[in-house]
Design a protein around this ligand. Structure first.
Ligand code: ADP
Length: 276
């Protein structure tokens, strides 16, 4: 049985139809990437899966139960979100932030107990943030803050983790560190991961399967080899690229091509990890 199933989901903001006939399933323990240009509906799709937005069309199933029957608080025990850290303000210590992950399990008037502290402690251990526990979030580097947000999500003890462009503000070392940690949790804890990213090459390295969104519908879906093809990327992003193989991993690798006349129309973007 799939842990997540979307059946012909349609979503509109007022009269603006954003998601159109979106259907797919995610297996337990799978690492699914969602790619697509700005405005193609990636964040809207994550918000539908997280139960923040209710689709007007279609049906969403989590663990075989229709979300119409799942209360928001029960969904929060199953699904955790790691956001773009720059969007948040942090007047709290690391431990306080991580303990917030326990909120869905506490009920209305209960304060954290010994078990909650123990789970938060374990989450900090897994993300190498224990030594930061009494520091203020505001005093940490972007990479450290992102690890703390993973710890908060883990303290929620979720079955599914949603990532919304979590590495947008990280340098390449911290992008790799972030995805290595998520991949380890994905493998060791059988955590199901759905990640929105702009970085096609990172998605190629880490995802089992990728969905490429275009204008609110699924343009194509499959393994990185199937999805990261020149024709798909050109059609969806309307830009000139070439795709070859990463010489070390063999995974598909996208290189940007300039269309500026002085660059001869074919000069590639240099650098180890060209990004779209
Ligand atoms: P992406 O994450 O791929 O950039 P989004 O899901 O954020 O795309 O947005 C898809 C479309 O929905 C865009 O046209 C955007 O302007 C619109 N949109 C997003 N959020 C809202 C909102 N709260 N109200 C109205 N329109 C929205």
């Amino acid at each position: 049985m799939s842990i997540i199933k979307l059946e012909q989901i349609g979503f509109k903001y007022n009269e603006h139809q954003v998601l159109k006939n979106v259907s797919f399933e995610v297996k337990r323990g799978e690492f699914l990437g969602i790619l697509g240009p700005n405005g193609s509906g990636k964040t809207t799709l994550l918000n539908v899966i997280d139960g923040i937005l209710i689709p007007q069309e279609g049906e969403l199933w989590i663990n075989g139960t229709s979300c119409n029957k799942l209360k928001r608080e029960n969904l929060a025990k199953i699904i955790a979100v790691v956001p773009q850290e720059s969007l948040m303000l942090f007047p709290f210590t690391v431990q306080e932030i991580v303990l917030m992950g326990r909120a869905p399990h506490l009920g209305k008037w209960r304060f954290e107990g010994e078990t909650d502290f123990k789970i938060a402690h374990q989450a900090m251990e897994m993300t190498d943030t224990l030594s930061l526990m009494n520091r203020s979030m505001n005093a940490l580097s972007a990479g450290e803050r992102q690890r703390v947000l993973i710890a908060r999500a883990l303290a929620q003890q979720p079955q599914i983790m949603l990532l919304d462009e979590p590495t947008a503000f990280l340098d390449i070392k911290h992008q790799i560190d972030f995805f290595d940690l998520i991949k380890t949790l994905n493998k060791n804890q059988t955590l199901t991961v759905i990640g929105v990213t702009h970085d096609i090459n990172l998605a190629s390295l880490y995802c089992d399967r990728i969905i490429l969104l275009r204008d609110g519908h699924i343009h194509c879906m499959g393994s990185p080899e199937e999805v990261i093809a020149e024709s798909h990327i050109r059609e969806v992003y309307e830009t000139n690229v070439t795709v070859d193989r990463n010489p070390v991993t063999g995974q598909p690798r996208v290189t940007l091509l300039s269309s500026h006349p002085s660059e001869g129309g074919s000069r590639s973007h240099s650098g180890a990890a060209p990004q779209l």
